[in-house]
Design a protein around this ligand. Structure first.
Ligand code: ADP
Ligand code: ADP
Length: 238
């Protein structure tokens, strides 16, 4: 679990300024919620913390994003190594549909070309699925395809896949907006449990959700329309 310090971060798509002058600190062992109108740059900002914008032609970042003091955009930093330390969960649950549940959990580790023994693999699968509050529901069907699970289970599988790599930070981009209310509450419970182990940043459209799960909530304004700073932080811990 690590702290993130963002300083004067701007993100451009070509000439278009999508995120303007974001300065904020994201504390370890806390959930930080990002909230704001559609198109204000929340997803873009989240992707810059994972250097994911680099796969988008024309995307450009200025400013700093320090993870425990190391600038993600510093010279010699390998974007692939960054992504290994920063897990991401998306709006639509995206397990590999034909891969088994167990293989899905291990997919991130395999992408990193890590070789692991069968017994280590079994242990990682169980530990990660327990960590995602999914173990009891799937332990008898680990070889079934990821697509055989319900939407809420699929999202918890994606969380298991993200935490299997043992990242420092978990980024979640509207992880509940494709889910029913019961599955949403299950994910919210899970998020508050996971914050003991990971620094968590969650983008949400839902004020109530931000209040339920977050220790701090940052409001984004649309770039170019507001005053400098662009973030109002509300401390939910006090
Ligand atoms: P989500 O809101 O589910 O994260 P997307 O990331 O696909 O959806 O898109 C977010 C916003 O960015 C939308 O308003 C979309 O129209 C816009 N957008 C996505 N890709 C592009 C693009 N290549 N050019 C311009 N706008 C885009
Ligand atoms: P939010 O997540 O807050 O809805 P986004 O980060 O998706 O906002 O988008 C911020 C702005 O950047 C929007 O105006 C969107 O249309 C634009 N945008 C997003 N992705 C792209 C892209 N790949 N190319 C160009 N513009 C984009």
């Amino acid at each position: 679990s690590k702290r993130i310090d963002v300083k004067d971060l701007n993100v451009y798509y070509g000439d278009f300024l999508a995120v303007e002058g974001v300065t904020m600190s994201i504390e370890p062992r806390q959930v930080t919620a990002l909230i704001g109108p559609s198109g204000c740059g929340k997803s873009t900002f989240l992707r810059t913390l994972n250097r994911m914008h680099e796969v988008i032609p024309g995307a450009r970042v200025t400013g700093e994003a320090l993870i425990d003091g190391t600038d993600l955009y510093g010279p010699g930093i390998d974007p692939v190594a960054v992504r290994r330390h920063i897990g991401m969960v998306f709006q639509r649950p995206n397990p590999f549909p034909t891969m088994s549940i167990a293989e899905n959990v291990l997919a991130g580790i395999k992408l990193n070309n890590k070789r692991i023994s069968k017994s280590d693999a079994d242990q990682i699968v169980e530990h990660s699925l327990r960590g995602a509050n999914l173990w009891n529901e799937v332990k008898d069907r680990l070889d079934r395809p990821g697509a055989s699970l319900s939407g809420g289970q699929q999202q918890r599988l994606c969380i298991a896949r993200a935490i299997a790599v043992q990242p420092d930070v978990l980024l979640m981009d509207e992880p509940c907006s494709a889910l029913d209310p019961i599955s949403t509450l299950a994910i919210e419970d899970l998020i508050t449990e996971l914050k003991e182990r990971f620094t968590i940043v969650i983008v949400t459209h839902n004020m109530q959700q931000a209040a339920r799960v977050s220790d701090r909530t940052a409001f984004f304004n649309i770039a170019g329309t507001g005053k400098p700073g662009k973030l109002i932080e509300i401390d939910n811990t006090s």
